[in-house]
Design a protein around this ligand. Sequence first.
Ligand SMILES: C[S@@+](CC[C@H](N)C(=O)[O-])C[C@H]1O[C@@H](n2cnc3c(N)ncnc32)[C@H](O)[C@@H]1O
Length: 245
Amino acid sequence: MQKENKRLNGVGPLEYVRGFTDFLECKIDLSKRPLIPRPETEFWVEKAIKDILTYSSLIGCCCWQKKHQIKILDMFSGSGCIGIAVLKNIKNSRVDFSDSDKNCLEQIKINLKINRIKSGRYRIIKSDILKVINPSSPQFLRAKYDFVFANPPYIALKNKNKVQKSVLKYEPRKALFGGNDGLFYIKKFLKQAKNYLNSGGIIFMEFSPEQKKEIQKLILKYKYKNYKFYKDQYKKWRWVWISKE
Ligand SMILES: C[S@@+](CC[C@H](N)C(=O)[O-])C[C@H]1O[C@@H](n2cnc3c(N)ncnc32)[C@H](O)[C@@H]1O
C-alpha cells in the first residue's frame, strides 16, 4: 500500500485523473475516490485466487467448484477490486462486499456493473468491521464464509511522515491509517474473524512488513491453528494465510 503510484503534478494521482485503473484484468472505476488499488494487493490476490482454484479442484475432482457455491467475504472492500477479481476468476463464488464508507459502497456498485457481475452473486454490506455481519444473531445478516479477504487500513500514525505527500493529500484517510501502531483494525478483525469461517475456512490478509511479528502474536492469541506469511513482489512481508483448523 505504501508503494508509489504514478502522480501528476498538482492534480493528483494519474488513476484519479484517468478515473479508473486495472486490477487483475478487471476495470476498476475510481470516480468516488476510494483507495487506489495497489500492485502489492494485486500480487497476493492473484496467488490467493490460484490457491482457491487449486484447492477446489483437488478436493472435489472438479465437481466441487461446479456444485458448491464458494462463499467469500471481501472485508474493507474499498473500490471492490478484490471481490470483483474473485467473482470474475472463480465461477461458483459468491462475494459479500463490506466497508464502512458510503462512498465505497456506491463505488462497488458501479464496478460490479462495469464488470458485468450478475446480481445474484453478491451483496454489499455497510458495516463497522464485522459488526453487522453476525454469524449467530438473527437480527443481523447471518453469514459464514469459506474464504475471507481483508486489506485493512494498516499504516501506523506514528509513520505518517513516511507516507508520500500526495497519498495524504488525495487518498481517503480512513482507508490508510490503523491507529498509532497501524494494528487497530487488524486486532479487531482477527479477534472476530474466526467466528465467520466455515469449517476449513481461510483468511487472506494484507499488512505492513514491520507488523509481521505482532500479527503472529495475535494469530496465536486468538488461537488460530495454522498460518503462513508471504512476501510481495518487492520481497517484503505483505500477506498472511490463516486457518482456524
Ligand atoms: C486499505 S483500504 C482497502 C481497499 C481495497 N480492498 C483495496 O485493496 O484496494 C481499507 C478500506 O477499509 C475501509 N474501512 C475503514 N474503517 C473501516 C471500518 N471500521 N469498518 C469497515 N471498513 C472500514 C475504508 O473505507 C477502506 O475502503
